[in-house]
Design a protein around this ligand. Structure first.
Ligand SMILES: [Zn+2]
Length: 285
């Protein structure tokens, strides 16, 4: 049996990224990224693969067909907030509203239950897991155990496979499982995101194999706006544009060609892959 992997997509529009929001320029192009979402859906189908889409639910309101199409294609739809604001920029009530409204909207648009959540920019606060639990989520994927990257994130966690949320934050309720985004063993940089575009698919694929050898299911992530040609916008950092569009589409296809079973986060968690079950089996988590 081949190893499993999750190639998730953080389903947000280019105009909702922090890089665009803090730029001086603007674009009048509407829905920048939706074509990338369509490509992602179609290439998964071509390789008999599925995935989890962490969806910004305001996109499900403005473009409901695009989000419904994900669910109809068999992807798991999870939440990536309602508006893609950084959770630490909001107060606790604001965070609660983002988490609750996105779950409501996505469930209404897709007709499916929403269980998973990922925070924009992997930015979470001390009350995060309590809020998730109150609102009825069962898993989170907002941790990336990256080395510290100045001006970015990282250096806070050392978690490389699904664990009870109390392993992330001591007061977190155990009803929530954390499924962290994968980093390269040793190097401790994320396997995907900007790093896939900087280092190329061979870097990502090597990391997937190293993790699989340790019995870890890789959790990768891409964005729909990485899969399209972006409009030039004054003030958006150059790194945002690197290898977006066709190059990135080929990179995603290269990853899907590997001997992994690409599935949803929910399917992996339902299979019971947590540190606790590994311990029960006498393995080292
Ligand atoms: Zn995002």
């Amino acid at each position: 049996m081949s190893n499993r992997a999750v190639l998730s997509i953080d389903f947000e529009l280019f105009t909702q990224t922090p890089a665009y929001r803090s730029a001086s320029g603007t674009t009048d192009r509407d829905g920048v990224g939706l074509d990338g979402g369509r490509f992602f859906r179609e290439i998964l189908a071509e390789y008999d693969a599925t995935a989890t889409a962490f969806v910004v639910s305001s996109v499900a309101q403005s473009h409901p067909d695009a989000v419904r199409a994900l669910a109809d294609a068999g992807l798991e739809v999870a939440s990536h907030t309602h508006t893609h604001q950084l959770l630490s920029d909001l107060d606790s009530d604001g965070r609660r509203a983002e988490l609750a409204e996105s779950k409501d909207v996505l469930e209404r648009v897709t007709g499916e239950q929403v269980s998973g959540f990922r925070a924009p920019a992997f930015d979470i606060t001390d009350d995060h897991f309590d809020l998730l639990s109150d609102i009825g989520y069962t898993y989170d994927s907002s941790v990336v155990s990256s080395r510290s990257i100045p001006g970015w994130y990282g250096g806070e966690y050392d978690i490389h496979r699904p664990v009870p949320a109390s392993a992330v934050h001591p007061d977190a309720p155990d009803s929530i499982t954390e499924f962290p985004a994968s980093v390269m063993p040793g190097l401790q940089l994320p396997l995907t995101g900007t790093w896939l575009r900087f280092f190329g698919p061979r870097y990502t694929i090597l990391g997937m194999r190293l993790l699989a050898r340790r019995g870890i299911t890789p959790m990768l992530y891409v964005h729909p706006w990485e899969l399209v040609d972006l409009p030039a916008v004054e003030g958006v950092p150059t790194r945002v544009y690197v290898r977006t569009g066709d190059w990135m589409r080929r990179a995603v296809e290269r990853i899907l060609q590997q001997d992994f079973e690409f599935t949803t986060a929910q399917a992996v968690l339902a299979g019971g892959e947590t540190a606790a079950t590994q311990l029960q089996r006498g393995e080292t988590p």
